[in-house]
Design a protein around this ligand. Sequence first.
Ligand code: NAD
Length: 502
Amino acid sequence: MSTLGTEPARITHLIGGRWDGTSGRTSEVFNPASGEVTGRVDLASADLVGEVVATARTAWEGWADTSLAKRTQVLFAFRELLNARKQEIAALITAEHGKVLDDALGEVTRGLEVAEFACGIPHLLKGGFTENASTKVDVYSLRQPLGVVAVISPFNFPAMVPLWFIPIAIACGNAVVLKPSEKDPSAAVAMARLWREAGLPDGVMNVVHGDKEAVDALLTHPDVKAVSFVGSTPIARYVYETATAHGKRVQALGGAKNHMLVLPDADLDLAADAAINAGFGSAGERCMAISALVAVDTIADELIEKITDRMRKLRTGDGTRGCDMGPLVTSAHRDKVASYVEAGVDAGATLVVDGRKDEFDGGDQGFWLGPTLFDHVTPQMSIYRDEIFGPVLSVVRVKSYEEGLNLINANPYGNGTAIFTNDGGAARRFQNQVEVGMVGINVPIPVPVSYYSFGGWKDSLFGDTHAHGMDGVHFYTRGKVVTSRWLDPGHGGLNLGFPRND
Ligand code: NAD
């Protein structure tokens, strides 16, 4: 068995089956639970990106012509390898991202489900066929691969987000260049090794590490036909505008501010558990994290008490030690999140639980901040307006369902939301009226299963196509319709008119 870890601290690019780094620029990778530098990742130059794309372009020609039977064999082999090695990949995630091991394993498992979905590609790519659409004329549809596609992923799901895209892109017959987050690149490297072990031809799956220089090179390269991006809203908007201006198909998933609306008839214990899980899981570094708890005033005090009780029992520490919550990803991010706690206090919100004062089961230099709860937050405060991306939960009190719904719909983001209620009619109204892409009913983190598609509305997604499910298959293929007539004794004759069906 090969080694999945990147034992020498150098983390480099995979170009057509060759591990290679040439740019000279590097970036540090940390273990957030100790604060130590554990790796150094190469940052690609624009020239190197050009080399990777050229390699992928060459490999694509063979792969696009490979039968569905052979492609499926590779996908099944990848699925088996990923399943067998998921604990190791989870450990790599915890070591660089900081999330607790169990959570890291959860993200690999959700990504694995997309690989399983992609194993059904022969069925998913079936076109339509109409015999005798016109006399002796048949019409049928095909879906063909695009060529080289780029996947640019964020730090917070170093395995799951690449897996949202890559198995489907490859199954559809494309070649991939993955640009993972430079903050935690090792899970991507490990999975690239598994694709090679699964028998994928060299060059079909490439990894290029880097920052803005590498991203810009991908967004403007003429041989990159499509870009799947996930990250913060300002960069998602930039990626969408730049890559579409260069003629590419783009899906750019951005940031979020997810609300959980709790109605007076909700099961408050269930709602309190959900608020804890969705607010503080992965230290709030999830695009589907709940950061705004919208409580109808009559039950707000009781709900906050239940949440506060639960928060007292949470342990924050090194993700390998059985804690509930890990550190934040970098010290700069930790400081930014902590500055929001200060801003909330300055703006007049009530600080119910202050995570800055916690004790942490980890290194002294770790990037720590404990779960934090604010009450009486108003929509004008920065802790409500901004995506904090940390373990800070804000309670906004409202008088009614309508006020809660209006608040959610007025927010510029529209990624995920949840309603907690025992009133089926209210839940049904909410699913219909809320302007958000993914909705949970008594489910706090409604991440769609792989055969549905993942994506938000408004500033949470630029482009028309969501990730995975049938949207994924459509994104990575182009439709073609063939109208055919085979020679028949009855054919022929000149006719310059527009083709008519008869
Ligand atoms: P980010 O926007 O900083 O980085 C995302 C990717 O873009 C990385 O690969 C990074 O190297 C690259 N990048 C960063 N700055 C760039 C620039 N100026 N020009 C070009 N490329 C650049 O995001 P992040 O901090 O890694 O991830 C957290 C963000 O991602 C949060 O906002 C979160 O909500 C969002 N996210 C969204 C979803 C979703 O499905 N909508 C899922 C996961 C994460």
